[in-house]
Design a binder for this molecule. Structure first.
Ligand code: NAD
Length: 335
């Protein structure tokens, strides 16, 4: 059966890395069909709005979107289109794998294989209750953590661990200081963990977790945490294994899921064929996992690793002399 996915080519390097990614997916005969939709600057220019209703409808209908990075111009209604998409589709789980790859200029070219599961809708990023006093001396921010929000993200992390054969979930918190918000998250996580006796569960305070990640990242398998901590930890993890060019992310909700590269539109290299397509390709691999095409996702990741190992047509950020499409063709050739 053909699966239709919404494809958003995006801004800056977006179209280049999307064309490269679709070239690789097409070479795999996955039975996917693409419904192209606009968002970001390109949508503003074409349709007069950043997030056209037709794009929302396409994601709602197909429930799966593969998305390139988008530019949100200042003063156009949203602070970020990506945040807006998360809100409108209640994409509560931000899932960010960090895996060691060979021949990247990273601290850990081997030994790291972890997934950060970040709560995406609550915590410090709710955008409510922010104020600065009239004299500008005092700023206030409200954080909100709910039992329901904590339960569903922790359950997502444990289910992900079970589904993918992972062994351990680390609950990261700061309940010793943030007794209400982080306290509720931890208490809820402990209850959920009891339902998964087959998965080891440990707890770690966020500052210690950051140190441990830098010193002994191999001890982590799945990390689950609240919004702000997850934002920081997932970028830290991307840095451990070679940076933004290799960091994918998924935003998962009950009714829709959006898969993407973590990096932005890279205006400094747009249109030059220099962009590394791996982050979006790895996002596409997450999408295949989500669609139950686990073997195909594995083949795609292995082809990326083999191409990196062979240093075949790598883009300049990885020290190569290839370009976006030649790199993608080298990957497709190994599938
Ligand atoms: P950026 O990630 O676009 O770029 C940071 C640096 O990394 C640049 O030097 C860039 O050349 C390099 N880089 C990024 N991706 C690369 C790739 N695939 N291959 C090789 N090099 C790569 O971050 P920025 O410059 O802070 O942001 C630029 C724009 O992107 C902003 O408008 C921002 O709002 C937007 N943005 C969008 C998203 C998204 O849509 N998911 C995420 C972050 C930033």
């Amino acid at each position: 059966m053909t699966q239709t996915i919404t494809v958003i080519r995006g801004d800056g390097i977006g179209p280049e890395i999307m064309d490269a990614t679709l070239h690789v997916l097409d070479s795999m005969n996955l039975g996917l069909s693409y419904e192209f939709a606009d968002a970001g600057l390109v949508a503003l220019e074409k349709h007069g709005e950043l997030l056209p209703a037709a794009t929302m409808e396409s994601i709602r209908r197909n429930r799966i979107a593969l998305k390139s990075p988008l530019t949100t111009p200042v003063g156009e209604g949203f602070s970020s289109i990506n945040v807006e998409l998360r809100k409108r589709f209640d994409l509560y789980a931000n899932v960010r794998p960090a895996i060691s790859f060979p021949n990247t200029k990273s601290r850990f070219a081997s030994g790291v294989d972890l997934i950060t599961v970040r709560e995406n809708t609550e915590g410090a990023y709710i955008g409510e209750g922010q104020s600065v006093s009239e004299d500008g001396e005092t700023a206030v921010l409200t954080q909100k953590v709910t039992r329901r929000g904590s339960e569903r993200i922790v359950r997502y992390a444990f289910d992900l661990a079970r589904r993918t054969g992972r062994k351990k979930v680390t609950v990261v918190h700061k309940a010793n200081i943030l007794k209400s918000t982080s306290g509720l998250f931890l208490k809820t996580a402990r209850l959920v963990a009891q339902e998964y006796p087959d998965i080891e569960c440990n707890e770690m305070i966020v500052d210690n977790c950051c140190m441990q990640l830098v010193m002994k990242p191999e001890q982590f398998d799945v990390i689950v945490t609240t919004n702000l901590f997850g934002d920081i930890i997932s970028d830290l993890c991307a840095g451990l294994v070679g940076g933004l060019g290799l960091a994918p992310g998924a935003n998962i909700g009950t009714d829709a899921a959006i898969f993407e590269a973590v990096h932005g539109t890279a205006p400094d290299i747009a249109g030059q064929g220099k962009a590394n397509p791996c982050a979006l390709l790895l996002g596409a691999a997450q999408m295949l996992d989500h669609l139950g095409k686990v073997e195909e996702a594995d083949r795609l990741r292995k082809a990326i690793v083999a191409t990196l190992e062979a240093k075949d047509s790598l883009t300049p950020d990885l020290g190569g002399t290839g370009n976006t499409m030649s790199f993608a063709k080298a990957i497709a050739g190994r599938i």
